[in-house]
Write a protein that binds this ligand. Structure first.
Ligand SMILES: Nc1ncnc2c1ncn2[C@@H]1O[C@H](COP(=O)(O)OS(=O)(=O)O)[C@@H](OP(=O)(O)O)[C@H]1O
Ligand SMILES: Nc1ncnc2c1ncn2[C@@H]1O[C@H](COP(=O)(O)OP(=O)(O)O)[C@@H](O)[C@H]1O
Length: 192
């Protein structure tokens, strides 16, 4: 197991069904196989466990995401690589998240991109179908806005690229932020 003095937070933002969870898990698997300690904080999981009362109004999402930012910060300052996957649709809230994390650890904003029509086509949970019928209020992409990042650290296109290609790119970007070198080879800059 590699021991980093300080980790990093990679924050995946994108529409529902854009591929955030899938990429987060594939990236974590890849980094763990290289010996890094990785935590994935995912919207569905956090909403089931830590934040069971969080709803989807703007203010509820903001409170939910700022709590996650603090958890991610604590983990990262203790040497854990944290991959967060949240719709996190509002630019100003993502800015607040970055500010919280960057006081103690590097932060990467990662835009997981697929066009809305493709997300609607995938619809793995059937939520777009329900939202389009008017059964879910404040549904991102349908009845609530998604504000794309203006200056993301990385863009992952989930139509053109496979899950594995995107996971490889994200893992490489994370290792770069850690100063670990592109392939994370042993002895390439890990903290003593
Ligand atoms: N109204 C509404 N808007 C957006 N998403 C909704 C909504 N209601 C339920 N869901 C499902 O909840 C997942 C989003 O949770 P997040 O915590 O990532 O959202 S947020 O960052 O607080 O905006 C999101 O999961 P993902 O598909 O994994 O993104 C949806 O499946
Ligand atoms: N290149 C890709 N990257 C990620 N997901 C993809 C890709 N191609 C198809 N998918 C599918 O899209 C869906 C994305 O779902 P999920 O990862 O839960 O997205 P999100 O967490 O953004 O809601 C999954 O069913 C996944 O198999």
């Amino acid at each position: 197991m590699r021991c980093l003095e300080r980790g990093v937070v990679a924050w995946l933002t994108g529409l529902p069904a854009s591929g955030k969870t899938t990429i987060a898990l594939a990236t974590a698997k890849r980094l763990r196989s290289l010996g890094y300690r990785v935590e994935v904080l995912d919207g569905d999981w956090v909403r089931k466990t830590i934040n069971p009362d969080a709803g989807y109004t703007r203010e509820e999402r903001r409170r939910h995401l700022l709590r996650v930012a603090w958890i991610a910060r604590l983990l990262a300052r203790n040497g854990v690589i944290v991959v967060c996957s949240f719709v996190s649709p509002y630019r100003d809230v993502r800015r607040e998240v970055r500010r919280i994390v960057e006081e103690e650890a590097p932060f990467l904003e990662v835009y997981v991109h697929a066009p809305l029509e493709e997300c609607i086509r995938r619809d793995p949970k059937g939520l777009y179908r329900r939202a389009l019928r008017g059964e879910i209020s404040h549904f991102t992409g349908v009845s609530d806005p998604y504000e794309p990042p203006e200056n993301p650290d990385l863009v992952l296109d989930t139509v053109r690229n496979t899950v594995e290609e995107n996971a490889e790119r994200l893992a490489a970007r994370i290792l770069e932020a850690l100063g670990e070198g592109a392939r994370g080879s042993p002895g390439s800059g890990a903290s003593p």
